[in-house]
Design a protein around this ligand. Sequence first.
Ligand code: GMT
Length: 375
Amino acid sequence: MKIGITCYPTYGGSGVVATELGIALASKGHDVHFISYAFPHRLKHFVENVYFHEVEMSNYPLFEHSLYALSLTSKMMEVIEYEKLDLMHVHYAIPHATSAYLAKQILKKNNADIKIITTLHGTDITLVGLEPSFLPLVKFSIEESDGVTAVSRFLKEKTLTNYHINKDIEVIHNFIDNEEFKPKQDCQYRKRFAPNGEKVLIHTSNFRPVKRVPDTIKILEIVKKQIPAKLILVGDGPDRSETERLARELGLHEDVYFLGKQDSISEILNAADIFLMPSQSESFGLSALEAMACGLPVVSSSIGGLPELILHNETGYIAEFADAERMAKYTIDLLKNERKYNIFSKNSRDRAVNVFDKSLIVPQYEAYYEKILNS
Ligand code: GMT
């Protein structure tokens, strides 16, 4: 198959899923053409059958604001036509599904036909897409896609109810490469983060308000009253300053490592004991899956698609959103009980391998492509 993939190329779950999917499809012999405004950061080296087409953005002075959606449409038209793509798979509805729709309509005049598949990832549906100015456009673009997938049952239901859409939406969960993300004994960084044998909590995200990163500091404060502990925070974004301020205010700045954006996430996860995900909105929770694959139990909020990933009292614990005290209590419970911790750790790894391994999920996308191409 000749597949076009459009995604946000920088940090963020939707870009990671799209890029890993493209790489996996290419390794199975498909031609994959990434169309994006920058080189996807997970595409670290040359991969056979993978091509990259950069969306050029015009900086003509008359345009005070970037015409990204239109530049993307033009690039999609060019690649669809010249590379003779069978389908365009766009990740994150705004504005990718709309650009793909436009490209398809315009190309119809040249008798070129293309199937459009849109994958819904999260805030395109639960937050940004609900803004009154966007809602009708998002609804239309989803309805006009030839196929639509959502990364959790939660997100599918939200799409159908919030947008009053009557359409088949296929649920295809996020996936993980369990060879890259796996437990490693004697992690070389462990001593660096916990020089005196402290327990280590970790959180990775883009520090947007929906992630509630300051809650991780509140959790650490409570945990530290009973157990010597450190907290690693990986990533950057709007809430970083506020989180650093809170850590200083609570006298925890020596116990929190702000690493900023990092690449070798698997290495860093292996330096920790428990992954924290106190999100206010989370359609699946890819970063929690990465942690589980490394054998880390996850303590999270009960929001969105998280219960489809984290099994309460088996692979971790789920608490009411914003209840940092309860999340801290669960964390302490796990850290104090070695036998229970080891069972949860094994359960987490097993779930990542048996349910969310890329060898199980990528074929679901391939089967869905076939279905849409034959429809
Ligand atoms: O929806 C977003 O906030 C953007 C997106 C991203 O690019 O980070 O994240 C979403 O997609 C991930 C991959 O499918 C999911 O694992 C995340 O749960 C989801 N984030 C939210 O729903 C907040």
